[in-house]
Structure formats: C-alpha cells, structure tokens
Design a protein around this ligand. Structure first.
Ligand code: AMP
Length: 303
C-alpha cells in the first residue's frame, strides 16, 4: 500500500485570471494543484498530473512545501495547460475566455502497484484521463472514488464521463454543471438523477451560497463560510473538495454524519483560498487558523 492514502488526478495549470479587484497573468492554478494543496493539511497526497517545459521550478517548489507526492507530476515537451477566466459582478461563476489543453492531450498516466491509494479523487480534467487512472486502481482495495467535472467536459466528452460516473462513490459538482448534466432546474432532483447515474453521494457546490449533500436518502445543506470580501474565487471548488476528501481519508468513515463534517472542513479551507490570488493564502495557512475558523463556523451555523 502506498505511503499516500489519497491520490488525485487533475490539471496543474498556468492561469490568467481577471476579477473586479485585479488582473493577474501566469497564476499557478489547476484543479489538482488546489486540491492537493488543501488535502495535504489532512493527509499526504499523491499528485498525478502533467506540465509542459514552461512550468516554472518555483511553482513545483510550492507543491514541495507540503506532503505532496510529485513522482507522477510528469513534465512533457510543450506548454502547460492554460485556462483564462474572468469574474464579473457574480463571483460565483467564472466566464471561461480560453482553454488551451496543450500537453494534456499527450498525457498517459502510468501507475504502479506501489501507488495504490485508499481514496482516489478524479479532479476536473478530461474524463478519458479520469477513466484511465480509475482503470489502473484496484478496487475494493481503493475504498472510495470521487469525481468533479465541468461544463467543458460535459459538452465535449459526455459518453466517457457517464462511464466514469457509473463507477464512482461520490460526485462533487457545481450547481450550474449539475443542471447541465441532468437537464433539471431543481438541484435536489439533479442530485437524485446523478445518483441514478452511479454515485450514491452527491455534493452540489453553490459558491457563496454553500453546498448541498445528498447521501443515499439523506439530505444536508451547509452555508459557505460568510466572508465580507472575496478577492478571487478561482480554486474554491477544488480546495473545498480537497478539504472534504482530506478529512475522509484521515477518518476512513464515509457515513452521512462524517461527510457532513468533511464538508465543514472543505468550506473552511475554501474560505481561505478566495482571500487572495492562486495558492497565495493557503501557503501561509496553519492548522491553528483552520481550527479557529471551524469553531466560529460551528457557532454561525448552530440553531
Ligand atoms: P475552480 O475550483 O472550479 O475555481 O477551478 C479552478 C481551476 O480549474 C483553475 O485553476 C483552472 O486551471 C482549472 N480549469 C479550468 N478549466 C478546466 C478544464 N476544462 N479542465 C480542468 N481544469 C480546468
């Protein structure tokens, strides 16, 4: 069994981000970067991803700050995945201005028996790559598989995505994407439809309005941690998922009650991410600060 209980495959990216508060080029981003950094506050994480020859050593050094396995962070000739996004009045949903897949199209992950994780997260990336990794992981040794996706992949790779969905335990997805995937306006009905596609557990993220959990027959709603100012929402969803999966990997308890607790961890980690660009805020975060915000959050939610 691997020394990394949790494995993630997703994008490691160079982003261009514009928010009402500023514009930044060459931001270190990607679904797997945010996810692994956040989850590493709970357990060591094995990162499976690809970058191009242009990927700065300084960004790799940021990942090295944490217990993140980089053996499967492959560098290929060519350019790193690049996403350009903009947030206008509504900070809950990004407008994608450009998606350049670059080296992602060449990537073929190759895992060995020593990499076997207990939990696998298929972060937002081409569903063909999600399936490729899923096929290389032995179940039921790997106890729990969760997945995220977005409109780009729902629009271009739906049949493969449906195969992935049929084989996972949990989907973590944005409200807009849940509606797109199911054609249903009601989020609860969307979650139920997603359950019928495979996963027994569905978490629908609603940006600053929190998240809904549908776990078997049971339902739970959690607000977002209330912040007066959101600087850059990029990565909030991925760090939320990192907190959720990190807590589940630490506890190995996938019950309704424990997924609720995992969501609190996820919401709190995500609340730090959005206070600055990229991973800047998470880099200075300590467990004490996380715990303080969790206890404040508990007080805010209690009634
Ligand atoms: P989020 O947590 O949803 O804000 O995710 C933000 C990250 O998703 C950015 O850092 C992007 O690099 C990454 N991203 C954007 N589009 C895609 C895509 N089509 N596939 C995978 N990752 C993406």
């Amino acid at each position: 069994m691997s020394k990394f209980p949790l494995m993630v495959i997703g994008t490691v990216a160079i982003d261009s981000v514009e928010t009402p508060f500023g514009k930044q080029e060459q931001v270190f981003g990607g679904s797997a970067s945010y996810f692994s950094y956040a989850a590493s506050f709970f357990v060591p994480v094995n990162l499976v991803a690809v970058v191009g020859a242009d990927f700065p050593d300084s960004y790799r050094a940021i990942l090295k700050e944490r217990p993140i396995g980089l053996e499967h962070l492959v560098a290929l000739p060519g350019k790193t995945f690049h996403w350009k996004g903009k947030y206008e009045g509504d900070l809950n949903s990004a407008q994608t201005l450009a998606t350049e897949l670059n080296v992602l199209t060449e990537f073929r992950p190759m895992l060995g028996p020593a990499d076997e994780p207990k939990l696998l997260f298929l972060a937002n990336i081409d569903p063909e790559l999600q399936l490729d990794v899923l096929n290389q992981v032995k179940r039921p040794k790997c106890r729990f598989v969760a997945c995220d996706t977005m409109n780009y992949w729902i629009g271009t790779k739906l049949p493969v995505l449906r195969t992935v969905l049929s084989r996972i335990n949990m989907l973590v997805i944005n409200d807009g994407e849940a509606r797109l995937l199911t054609g249903s306006g009601s989020l609860i009905r969307s979650a139920r439809k997603i359950q019928s596609m495979g996963p027994d557990i569905v978490i629908v993220k609603k940006g600053e309005h929190g998240a809904i959990l549908v776990h078997g027959e049971q339902i739970f709603v959690l607000p977002a941690y209330p912040l007066e100012e959101v600087f850059d929402p990029t990565g909030a969803g991925d760090t939320f998922a990192g907190g959720v999966m990190g807590h589940l990997a630490k506890t190995m308890d996938f019950s309704f009650e424990n997924v609720k607790t995992a969501m609190v961890q996820g919401a709190v980690i995500a609340s730090f991410t959005v206070e600055r660009f990229g991973l800047e805020r998470l880099r200075e975060l300590g467990t004490r600060e996380i715990e303080e915000r969790i206890s404040l959050f508990r007080k805010i939610c209690k009634f």
